[in-house]
Design a protein around this ligand. Sequence first.
Ligand code: FMN
Ligand code: SF4
Ligand code: SF4
Length: 271
Amino acid sequence: MKTQLYVYTGTGNSLRIARQLAMELKEATVEFMPSLSRSFTVDADRAGLVFPVHIWGVPFHVVQFVNHLQVKHGTHLFAVAVNAGQPAATLLQMQKLMSNQGFLLASGYSVVMPSNYTPWGGPGPIDRQQRLFRDAQEKVKEIADAVLLGERNEVERGPFWQNILFSWIYKLSFRKVSKMDEKFWVDDRCNGCGICLKVCPAKNINVINEKPVWLHHCEQCLACLQWCPQEAIQYGKNTVKYPRYHHPEVILKDMLDQATVNKARVHSSQE
Ligand SMILES: Cc1cc2nc3c(=O)[nH]c(=O)nc-3n(C[C@H](O)[C@H](O)[C@H](O)COP(=O)(O)O)c2cc1C
Ligand code: SF4
Ligand code: SF4
């Protein structure tokens, strides 16, 4: 039975989880979720979406992907929301997005990894990160077992009060995400290398006079800030004092591949 995993990531946590899941599921392949502007057909017996939680909900890029998704009848659909401890109602939202498309989400799982939301602090001490990686690996095995058995489960969710309050904040902020890049700035360490432009999955950065310029269709994945080799990108006032993060098993080439897949998809759909 063929399983197709689609992943979206800013700092590699979701990619790492998708790859671990593919190993456990054996006959599975991992692809990056393309940026979609027209329908996208998945031909697999099982299809899983693996993505980070952004502002207590599904990231814009992933919403777009689901809204253009077509799957054949009987495909077993599942979702994995990778988060820093507050998935809130993200998987309920995913269930609803799927249902709007006429699909049934068989199950939705939460996996906790270190936080990449640097404006609110770093990913935590290394020993805590390693504990999270170990726990996540165990959770991935449980998810794989359930998927292989074709289980249908209630989607995982946060406490009731979080789901109400945080979903409301998600809804208020969703339309503003594209312009949240107004808070990015670059310090003196920038050498104009252009890596921020290359890793951006939304093609939201230009480099002009050897400095990045953000174009206001941001997805807030924070890849630019986290992968800048000079650590020169800042967001608001706080990021100066916090360390940068990406998953230790994920490399810059993976992020460039993600951005290229997206670019290739946009080009092919325009032809
Ligand atoms: C803009 C933004 C918002 C986030 N919001 C949440 C959140 O609401 N709840 C949570 O648990 N983690 C949140 N996080 C943390 C990420 O979900 C978490 O670190 C995830 O593992 C990152 O996955 P990635 O490396 O695949 O991008 C947020 C991260 C970003 C960049
Ligand atoms: S990746 Fe960093 S150093 Fe390179 S252009 Fe972007 S901000 Fe400057
Ligand atoms: S500009 Fe930065 S935060 Fe926004 S989508 Fe691109 S890489 Fe992600």
